[in-house]
Design a protein. Sequence first.
Length: 142
Amino acid sequence: MKRFVFRAFLLVVVMQASCRERKVHQPVFPVHGAVSYQGRPAEGARVSFVPMGAVGSLRPQATVGADGTFQLSTYELNDGAPSGRYAVAIVWPGPNPRSNGQGDDELPGPDRLNGRFSDPNHSPWQVEVGTAPLELAPFQLE
């Protein structure tokens, strides 16, 4: 009887372990850059790297800081991006005219760039991420 209980317990443990979702992370590499608009930092702009030729793949993203710089994030904050070729999309939300300014309920407003750089299929920028840290030339929006 003890043997049966032990085998049943072991079977349950093995089944639970095999049923768990296993997350396999692709290796990522640091990617740093900057975004400016008319020579000034585009603070709050959102930068997205969209894989070229791959549907449903990871999309590393970043938000531009007060100094105009950004670091891409894929799995964790500022961890970087997987190797590959990407089209770059940039959206710069302005203040929401309907916001009451009371904190968390504040939603972003319309794109200050009027969608000119939001479509990765028509992006003026393509970037190749390799297996080493990458410092990008600044994206200058006009």
